[in-house]
Write a protein that binds this ligand. Structure first.
Ligand code: NCD
Length: 647
């Protein structure tokens, strides 16, 4: 049992402004105590665990030093590769175990939202030392502390944030805090590395705050002393900052002269780029930037480590405060721990607002769009959780992941009791709110997912047959012929059918190939939207490998291509195939992703509001194809009027 009461710092917004001020007061006292060489015993008997799933020098060592300086002790798993995480233990389990050994957990983790998960599962307090590209609140405490020490205040300061503002978690926490303290922000992102939308929207929604963005070139003109800088005019009070007619000397009476108080330079977060292209022209910040009359008073900050973006020549300049910024990590983190101990004596209201949370009761559970979201890694115990996003959108329902805050746009919604699904439009918004309250909202990425989950369209127009059973049999034969002509060596082929019709077609195509060429290709079903085993072997296959094989994915209808894209991602998780081919019974030709089928049974151009439905006799009923198989087309009528089933 922790000897500290449960107070987590996952986001910088978990601390109120008076609480941050209290931490600063304590930090000042501890800085003095350290300077005097005092021995402290505030944390006597307390144990802090540092769990670092990512590299760290400053954050971990300054936390550990802070705890030792306060008279407490530290246990650490600095290299989580040497812990049970390497054996596949979930974060939720790890923090529950570690809570039995320590009074407080400091966590750094590569996944967005990981600190939120840890805070929810650990009975002891959790301090976020960086979770993916989201937040790094204790770095922000150091940043604000040094800014206040150098500038005497935070309100009204103007801070330029430079470099990787997209993945830089220190930047995100700092932005939230500067907004609350009433400082001005000028964003100077490297091209393509802008402050993400979810951060901007949170600022707008919770603080009614926005800021300007300037390009690297504009920053260079500023460094050169030119007056012509164009700022995006969404923050008129900042327009005056760099425009020629409002120079430092000519500031109107009563207004503060326009100048920059700090540059906050950051390195490119290379480890988070994933498949993204590395930006070519990254900021290189040197002494020239401090030469203009508007920047000569500015301090230069950096959370460190630096790579090439910050010139070493600045180190001896008194305005370069980054080493001091790192050094105050000890008194500031001492202050945070001491503040946590103080919380023991108070009853604290829960900082998290759980109203408006959308919890999904029935499968399928929606998946967060962010491939680095912690919900993608924790396993089935962690149910995705969303809130309605603020964005107004007529054609899709915007949901925000409660762990990583990324936005998901839903095109198909369902009512869990009537088992009807609807193409979303704004006329459904009121119903959706009601279904959220009743916990009967279901959401789908595609029509296929809705129908595989047993939902029927709310209303459909008249049906028309587009393929009968003979035509379907011909198309299957044609697919087999196309495959045989294209792939000379069928011994290296594995066939994956997308559940459920794709899987039926996969075995049919395999059987035709077997009958003609005598090669019985291993066959598996891939369950793209299911929650259980994603891939299972189909009859006759004893084992199936992906590595180095030619994979043929088979599906009934290709429309947007999203389903196939997901199937491909799932297959790649099992190994690297030599190549991947796609066979579809019907190509509708509305691809939203750059995937083209290699083998097509029939092209049927359709309108987006139409639905092609395939019915196939289940496997093992060979002789009965004729009566069962058919493909029909109908139009999905939009839910323009009140959906009756939901009433
Ligand atoms: C930062 C981090 O880990 O996010 N480092 C730190 O804690 N001082 C910044 C970075 O790694 O670039």
């Amino acid at each position: 049992m922790s000897r500290l009461s449960k107070t987590d710092v996952v986001s910088i917004d978990d601390l109120s402004l008076p609480e941050i001020e209290r931490v600063f007061t304590l930090a000042d006292e501890f800085a003095d105590a350290l300077a005097r060489g005092d021995t402290l015993s505030i944390a006597n008997g307390l144990i802090m665990a540092t769990l670092f799933y990512e590299p760290s020098t400053r954050t971990r060592l300054s936390f550990e030093s802070a705890m030792h300086r306060l008279g407490g002790s530290v246990i650490s798993s600095a290299d989580m590769k040497a812990s049970s995480a390497a054996k596949g233990e979930s974060l939720a389990d790890t923090v529950r175990i570690v809570s039995g050994y320590a009074d407080l957990i400091v966590l750094r983790h590569p996944h967005d939202g990981a600190a939120r998960v840890a805070a929810e599962y650990a009975p002891c307090p959790v301090l976020n030392a960086g979770d993916g590209s989201r937040e790094h609140p204790t770095q922000t405490l150091c940043d604000l502390f040094i800014l206040r020490r150098k500038k005497g205040k935070l309100k009204g300061l103007t801070v330029a944030l430079c470099g990787d503002l997209k993945f830089g978690r220190t930047v995100h926490s700092l932005i939230y805090a500067l907004a609350r303290f009433g400082a001005n922000i000028v964003a100077v992102p490297t091209s393509g590395m802008d402050v993400p939308n979810y951060v901007l929207e949170r600022l707008a929604a919770e603080r009614n705050y926005s800021f300007s963005t300037v390009t690297m070139d504009e920053l260079k003109s500023l460094a050169g002393g030119l007056d012509a800088l164009y700022l995006t005019p969404n923050a008129p009070h900042q327009m005056a900052l760099f425009t020629g007619d409002l120079g430092l000397d000519k500031a109107p009476a009563g207004e503060a002269p326009a100048s920059l108080d700090a540059f906050y330079v950051t390195r490119l977060q290379k480890e988070r780029l994933g498949g993204e292209i590395k930006p070519g022209d990254y900021v290189r910040f040197d002494a020239r930037a401090l030469k203009t009359h508007r920047t000569q008073e500015a301090v230069v900050m950096h959370p460190l480590p630096r790579t090439d973006e910050l010139a070493y020549e600045l180190d001896s300049d008194p305005r370069a405060v980054y080493f001091e910024q790192a050094a105050v990590g000890v008194p500031v983190r001492m202050a945070l721990i001491a503040w946590l101990i103080e919380q023991n004596r108070k009853k604290r209201a829960s900082a998290r607002d759980s109203s408006g949370l959308i919890r999904f009761k029935t499968e399928p559970f929606p998946r967060c769009v962010n491939s680095n979201c912690v919900t993608r890694f924790e396993g089935a115990h962690l149910r995705p959780r969303f809130r309605l996003a603020r964005t107004v959108d007529r054609a899709s329902l915007p949901l925000r992941c409660d762990y990583c805050e990324r936005e998901l746009r839903i095109e198909f919604v369902g009512h869990a009791r009537s088992h009807r699904y609807y193409k979303y439009d704004e006329s459904l918004y009121g119903y959706v709110r009601q279904w959220i309250e009743e916990q009967s909202l279901a959401v789908f990425e595609t029509v296929k997912q809705a129908e595989e989950s047993g939902y029927e369209p709310y209303r459909r127009g008249p049906q028309r047959e587009v393929m009968n059973s003979a035509e379907i049999a011909d198309a299957v034969n044609s697919l087999a012929s196309q495959i045989a002509a294209d792939i000379p060596d069928l011994t290296n082929v594995s066939i994956f059918g997308v559940v459920s019709h794709g899987a039926v077609l996969a075995t049919r195509v395999r059987d035709v190939l077997d009958a003609r060429i005598g090669i019985h290709a291993p066959c598996a079903a891939i369950d793209v939207y299911g929650s259980g085993e994603a891939i299972h072997l189909l009859d006759g296959a004893s084992s199936l490998s992906v590595e180095g094989r030619t994979i043929i994915i088979v599906d009934d209808v290709i429309n947007s291509g999203w389903t196939i894209q997901r199937a491909m991602t799932m297959i790649w998780q099992h190994g690297r195939p030599a190549s991947v081919k796609l066979a579809v019974l019907i190509d509708r030709g509305h691809l939203a992703v750059p995937i083209r089928p290699n083998y097509v049974g029939k092209n049927i151009p359709t309108a987006p509001s139409e639905r092609v439905q395939v019915r196939l006799a289940p496997p093992g009923t060979n002789g009965k194809h004729k009566t069962h198989d058919r493909a029909t087309i109908y139009s999905m009528l939009e839910a323009a009027k009140a959906p009756e089933q939901a009433k």
